[in-house]
Design a protein around this ligand. Structure first.
Ligand SMILES: Cc1ncc(COP(=O)(O)O)c(C=O)c1O
Length: 385
């Protein structure tokens, strides 16, 4: 086969590689505990599943969906943003459904990047911040997140020549993989940076509802001027344990939303309307299920940070996300520690370096396994250190 050159620069997806290794172990009969991919282990709440059953049975949902997204879904997202963040969105022009935030991240690169154009992406960061730009024919430039700057990029440290070539920037808070939450007035700086340099800012808001200790995460769109310079991707995946359902939304700048809509109407035919209706129902219903889930993750977070302390690894408990960002013990790299943990303990933890060069020296623990499995995994690691 004569594949395109763009495939040459595309690495295998981080978790595809991890899944391959795990499958090999399982084939040998090993009891593998995965603290790898951030995929909730608890099911979608029953009221949402029941609504989907009703919607699937309704023939009105069986035909091609409206290509702009159902008005009902767009209105529900606008209402959610108004009630939750105090952000006004026009459901006609400022909301567009996505088959998950991941899809939006990859596709938006095609709206902005030509050959030679740069996309700035948080490093460490969600891997598609790097692969999306490569697919679109642009260049991905990592902007380091360092603990001493609260895992926020130093926008002044980006070389002027890179800034001049940049058209897009990806950030995400609460942050995967570091668990960091937004501090100070970083979003204000980001708006100013986007405006001054004509760079579209994309805030990937996949975890705003997964927070602990009373912390409430903001939307980027709460920041004055944010809608002038960018958009936000919202995802229902983690909020309602709906990772397998594939639904999210792009919200914000109407010109960017229109461009994304034009691109996507030429690529896919929208989203199953039963799903859009059910998602609207989930957003309009009681959010108690989200609070219950956060309580589970907070308990697991405390279990993990406590167990790590016993091993001699100190981490600051994160206020959001489903991840603990763990420095590897002396003498290991991210990859050698992750390999050791898989080979000797049959525990999957992704190496921090898989999230970008600045992730070196860390591994990420996901809280998406039952308490007893998490504790067993940490026991196994303790025994092998
Ligand atoms: C930061 C971040 N963005 C986007 C996604 C993907 O979200 P979705 O399931 O909506 O595609 C994830 C999933 O883990 C994520 O961690």
């Amino acid at each position: 086969m004569r594949f395109s050159h763009r495939m040459d620069g595309l690495p295998p997806y981080l978790f595809a590689e991890i899944e391959r290794k795990v499958a090999a172990k399982k084939k040998e009969g090993v009891d593998v505990i995965s603290l790898g991919i951030g995929d909730p282990d608890t099911p979608t709440p029953p009221h949402i599943v029941e609504e989907m059953q009703r919607q699937v049975a309704d023939p009105v949902n069986h035909r091609y969906p409206n290509n702009k997204g159902l008005g009902e879904f767009r209105q529900a997202v606008a209402d959610f943003y108004k009630n939750r963040f105090g952000v006004e969105l026009d459901p006609e022009t400022e909301v567009f459904p996505l088959l998950g935030a991941k899809e939006g991240i990859a596709h938006i690169c095609f709206n902005f990047l030509d050959k030679g154009d740069v996309c700035l992406g948080a490093d460490p960061g969600y891997p598609v911040y790097a692969s999306g730009p490569i697919l679109a024919g642009g260049e991905a430039v990592p902007v380091p997140l360092r603990a001493e700057l609260d895992f926020q990029p130093d926008l002044h440290a980006i070389p002027e020549s890179i800034v001049k070539s940049s058209k897009l920037l990806f950030v995400n808070y609460p942050n995967n993989p570091t668990g960091a939450v937004i501090k100070n007035d970083f979003f204000e700086h980001l708006v100013e940076f986007g405006r001054r340099n004509d760079i579209c800012i994309i805030h990937d808001n996949a975890y705003s509802e997964i927070t602990f200790d009373g912390y409430v995460a903001p939307s980027f769109l709460e920041t004055p001027g944010a809608k002038d310079v960018g958009i936000e991707f919202y995802s229902l995946s983690k909020t309602y344990n709906m990772t397998g359902w594939r639904i999210g939304a792009a919200v914000g700048n109407a010109e960017v939303i229109e461009s994304l809509w034009r691109l996507k109407t030429n690529m896919d035919s929208g989203m199953f309307q039963a799903l859009q209706r059910t998602a609207a129902f989930a957003m309009n219903s009681s959010q108690q299920c989200v609070r219950d889930m956060c309580a589970i993750y907070q308990r697991r977070r405390d279990l993990v940070t406590g167990a790590l302390k016993e091993i001699g690894i100190d981490v600051i408990p994160p206020q959001g996300t489903i991840y603990i960002w763990v420095p590897v013990p002396d003498g290991y790299t991210s990859a050698s520690f992750a390999d050791m943990v898989l080979d000797k303990c049959a525990v999957v933890v992704p190496p921090g370096s898989g999230y970008g060069p600045s992730g070196e020296g860390f591994v990420r623990i996901s809280l998406t396994a039952p308490d007893e499995r998490i504790l067993e995994a940490l026991d196994r690691i303790k025994e092998n250190l």
